[in-house]
Design a protein around this ligand. Structure first.
Ligand code: SF4
Length: 199
């Protein structure tokens, strides 16, 4: 499975001390995508499933949940299903970000994707639309996205988390500083004109 990085503990992509897995590959090309470097597959990022599982086991029961993001996790649906099935032995708090809307998931008609969703506790659906970023809502980066909490036992945990707004964390990883979390738009509204303020 092509995975770019795993980080722990992360608090800005779901409640508690989370292990976050960033996968590679995404066919969408959202403007101001937070991780454009992950849109493309790279064979160098291929990690065997036993190594991924061993790495997760090394962290073991210390984490409160796992977040899977990217990139597009469902681009590797078969491998993802294997991974989620394994993770469920450790925690039922599995949060998956997908750039596909619910309608697009329906059109995919991919059994592995459907099974991944059935096993996930929470799924956040929809591509990132920069002009719909309200600069506040945690987990949901733009208002077109939809968060579904499928595991009722975790509903309060997630609803409490959402009340606290967004958090950004910086990690030093692989000689790079990585900013993790749901970011505010890099553009600001100036009357009726949107100005790109990226530096
Ligand atoms: S769906 Fe997500 S990873 Fe894919 S381009 Fe859009 S923001 Fe980036």
């Amino acid at each position: 499975m092509q995975i770019d990085r795993l980080l722990y503990p992360v608090h800005s992509l779901g409640p508690g001390n989370r292990l976050v897995i960033w996968v590679r590959g995404c066919k969408k090309r959202c403007f101001n995508c937070a991780n454009p470097e992950l849109q493309f597959f790279n064979p160098k990022s291929e990690i065997s499933m036993p190594i991924i599982k061993d790495t997760i086991c090394e962290i073991g029961e210390k984490f409160d949940g796992i977040t899977i993001t990217g990139g597009e996790p469902f681009c590797q649906a078969k491998e993802l299903l294997d991974l989620i099935t394994f993770i469920l032995k450790i925690t039922d708090d599995i949060l998956v970000f997908t750039g596909y809307s619910k309608d697009e998931i329906h059109e995919l008609n991919n059994d592995d994707v459907i099974k991944c969703i059935e096993k996930a506790a929470v799924v956040i659906y929809g591509e990132y639309v920069d002009e719909h970023n309200d600069n506040y809502t945690p987990l949901v980066a733009s208002s077109n996205q939809v968060m579904e909490i499928y595991n009722p036992k975790l509903k309060n945990k997630y609803m409490d988390y959402i009340k606290n707004g967004r958090t950004i964390e910086n990690f030093y990883y692989n000689n790079n500083l990585i900013s993790v979390g749901i970011h505010n738009t890099r553009r600001r509204r100036d009357e009726n004109t949107e100005v790109d303020t990226r530096d």
